[in-house]
Structure formats: C-alpha cells, structure tokens
Ligand binder design. Structure first.
Ligand SMILES: Nc1nc2c(ncn2[C@@H]2O[C@H](COP(=O)(O)OP(=O)(O)OP(=O)(O)O)[C@@H](O)[C@H]2O)c(=O)[nH]1
Ligand SMILES: [Mg+2]
Length: 434
C-alpha cells in the first residue's frame, strides 16, 4: 500500500470552466455516466483544438525567419523552413505551423517601418487580433519603431517580448579582442567595466542586455526586458530557456499545454512542466474512457474505451519525444548513435502503442485499482468522490487512471534519461542540466 499511496498526489484541476465541471458533477450525481463521459470527451476534444498564434516581427534582416525556424525545431535548410537571406525576404504575413503540433503557428511578419508598413497602420495591416503575443526582434539596438509598436501592443492588452538576435556574433567579435588565455589583447588600453582585463562571456551578455534595455527605457518603455538569443541551439543557449519559460508563465492556463506540447525536450524543467500539465487531464481521460464506447475487456472484469487510451499514450510519447523520428533527429543533432539513446528508454515508443499493448497494461493496472480504488478517487478533486459512488465504474475508472498516470510518469522519466544521455560529454550539460 505504501508505494501506491506515495505515488499519488492530489491532482491539480485542468483549466476548465466551472460550468463544465458542474455539468460533469451533476451527471455523475444522477448516475448518468454516459453524459459525464460525453462531457469529458467534449472538454478534451476542445482542448486539442486550442490554437496558438505567435507573431514574430522586426526590421528586415533582423533574424525573424531564422527565429521562426528555431522555434519550430527546424534547420534553415530543412523542408518547410521559412526562407532566410540577407535581402528583404518577408513582405507578407506568412504562417508557419509547427511541423508536429500544427495547432501552434508562428507568423513571420514584415518589418515595421518599411515603405509598405508604416507604424501608424502596421497593426491593422498585419491583423493584430489574430495573435496571442508578439516577439519583436532586433539584431542591434531597438529602434523608435520597435518601441512604438511595443506600446501599441501593450495598449491593446497583449504581451510582447524584445528579442535581441545574433548574439553569437557579438560574443565571437568580443572574444577576438582577447588572447587564447582570455587576457585582453589591446596593449596599453585600460580595461573597462564593460571590457574587463579577463574575458567574461556573462559580462559581455549583461552589457548587451543593459545597453538594449537602457535604449528602450529612453524610448519610453517601462522596465523593458530583453532576451538575448542565437538561432543555433536557440532553446538551450543564452536567454533562450528563460524566454520560453516567460512565454509559458504569461500564457493563460488553457493555452499552456498547447505551447508545452511543441517545446523540444531541452531541460529537466521542460519535462517537469509537460508532465505537470498533462497530469491535470488524466482523470478526465479516465472518465471519458468509461463512457458509451467502453467495451468489456476479455479476461478482465472491466470495460473501457481502448481507443482513448491508445490515443493518450501516443500523445504522451509524442510530447516527450519518444518516437523513432524524434529520437533519430536528436541523435543527429548530438552526433550520437540512436541506439545509445534508445538504450535508456524503458517505455514503448510511439509506434509500439497498440490496442494489445494497452490491454496488457490494463491487466497490470487492475491490481492496483482493485486494491486502492478509493485512494485514487480521493486524490481527484471535486468529482472524485462522486465518481466513487458509481458501482459501474468502481474498477474501470481507477484502472485507466493508474494506467495513464503510470505511463505518463514513466515516459517523463524516459525523456529525462534520453536528454541526459544526449548531453553526456557535451559542453551544454552544465548549462542545461539543472
Ligand atoms: N550568426 C547568426 N546569424 C543569424 C542569426 N539569425 C539570423 N542570422 C542570419 O541573418 C540573416 C537574416 O536572417 P533572416 O532570418 O532571413 O532575417 P529576416 O528578419 O527574416 O529578414 P527579412 O525576411 O528580409 O526581413 C541570414 O543570413 C541569417 O542566416 C543568428 O542568431 N546568428
Ligand atoms: Mg524573413
């Protein structure tokens, strides 16, 4: 008993309306399980339809298209990547859906201040209302146009983020002023606060950040925050991880999971966040699987909707990068044989999730469900105790609950192990593995 109990923590509620929650509770109280499961189904289907539109704007050549590609996990040369180049390539609003999670779309917008897009008309021309938030990119200092745009976005109640691109170039230029030992080369020149005697990358970055923020403050932006990024290793280097975390923190709760699904596994924190959000939906999925389409499982004293479970386990694998395609891509990125990454995985991969596998897993979970049915119901907020009153789902609900919860935890643990393996022996490790 101790181990099962220790494994269970009270579930946080998924971001669903009070009205929806009341509908489920009322249906269960009436003993109408079909209605409760149908509602759970509907809520889950709506969650999957949630769209996220992210606008990326900035002056021509600032690195917008490259940023869009980096956010979508694509190299500039890959199929489907946004066209990049040194001449003005973005003259219209181009949508770039995430390749694996098409509900998240990045929009490559034309720069403000070009003859066709003046500050006065820009937001109307690019259909401001369409976007959830804006990223304003500059590869040097931010301009008056950038500040005007930020103020207009803020006045309309949306978030914007200042992103300073191509930081790798600044770092490399600065490094050239120091010798191999990291000592300032310029003989006779005094070291300054921004250019100390010994090379210090953190100081270089802090200085660029402060310079950009000071300029923006002078242009009338209150407490500006600037994120320094480079297109390569975008989500791992410089302020990339902090930028992604800030997006996530600022998103309304109902959109967090959509965004998290499309994030690459680049840190333990990303894995933790994905798991936390997915966990909120486990009891809804368990409830949905007990509905009208539930069929008795031969050999087991329970009836469930297997299709929901197959889809859910596949979703967990996809979200944690546990598919042949994702692993192959990661292996290429870190220059390691895919076999090495696969060796640390304990759960089945995306393509191995079948009806038969789910039945096998159900057989395993049923033991815990029979032993601790009330324990499970106690940790599900609001409706758990009501569901517990229905004899018809006394076993099937906790069985599916245990199955999904355990698979999700195992997949998250696998994702962490794969990441650790991928980073073994690389310089990224100390930066990332926190
Ligand atoms: N070193 C380095 N080069 C970058 C980075 N981001 C973009 N570039 C280069 O900068 C140039 C312009 O990048 P784009 O992404 O095409 O810029 P853009 O803002 O989309 O340009 P337009 O579509 O013309 O407005 C390209 O040659 C990119 O390879 C970066 O982080 N580091
Ligand atoms: Mg472009």
């Amino acid at each position: 008993m101790a181990s099962a109990e220790a494994h269970l923590e009270a579930e946080a509620l998924p971001p669903i309306s009070e009205g929806d929650m009341n509908e489920i509770r009322a249906a269960v109280e009436k003993g109408d399980l079909t209605a409760a499961a149908t509602k759970a189904h509907e809520i889950l289907a709506n969650e999957e339809k949630i769209q996220l539109h992210i606008a990326v704007t900035g002056e021509s050549g600032s690195g917008k298209s490259s940023f869009v590609n980096a956010m979508r996990g694509l190299q500039d040369h890959e199929e489907g990547a946004a066209e990049i180049g040194v001449t003005e390539t973005t003259m219209k609003c181009s949508p770039y859906p995430h390749p694996q999670h098409s509900h998240v779309t990045f929009w490559d917008l034309p720069g403000i201040g070009t003859p066709d897009f003046t500050p006065a008309t820009y937001l109307k021309q690019v259909h401001f209302d369409h976007y959830d938030f804006f990223i304003i990119i500059s590869s040097s200092r931010f301009t008056c146009n950038d500040a005007t745009l930020a103020k207009a976005i803020q006045a309309r109640g949306k978030h914007f983020y200042f992103v300073r691109s191509k930081v790798d170039q600044d770092v490399s230029n600065e490094r050239k002023l120091y010798d191999e030992e990291g000592v300032l080369k310029a003989k006779g020149k005094q070291a300054t606060e921004i250019r100390p005697q010994r090379y210090d990358e953190m100081a270089v970055l802090a200085s660029i950040r402060q310079d950009c923020e000071r300029k923006l403050a002078r242009l009338g932006i209150r407490s500006p925050q600037v994120f320094l990024v480079c297109r390569d290793d975008f989500s791992m280097k410089y302020d990339g991880p902090r930028l992604l975390k800030t997006f996530l923190d600022d998103l309304p709760s109902e959109k967090k999971l959509s965004f998290l699904r499309c994030l690459a596994i680049t840190s333990r924190e990303v894995v933790r966040q994905k798991k936390k959000e997915l966990m909120k939906y486990v009891w809804l999925k368990s409830l949905a699987s007990c509905g009208a389409s539930a069929v008795p499982i031969p050999g087991l004293s329970t009836a469930v909707d297997i299709a929901i479970l197959v889809t859910s386990l596949k979703e967990y694998c996809r979200t944690f990068g546990l598919s042949e395609e994702s692993l192959q891509k990661l292996a290429e990125q870190v220059n390691k044989p895919v076999k090495e990454l696969k060796a640390v995985i304990k759960t089945p991969l995306h393509h191995e999730i079948t009806k038969d596998l789910v039945i096998k897993l159900l057989t395993k979970s049923i033991g815990s469900a029979v032993q601790y049915p009330l324990l499970v119901l106690k940790v599900i907020p609001v409706v758990g105790w009501v569901i517990g009153s229905l004899a018809s789902v006394a076993i099937s609900f906790p069985t599916t609950f245990f199955l999904l919860k355990n698979f999700l935890s195992d997949a998250a643990a696998d994702a962490e192990r794969v990441l650790q393996k991928a980073l073994e022996g690389t310089t990224q490790k100390s930066h990332l593995w926190s």
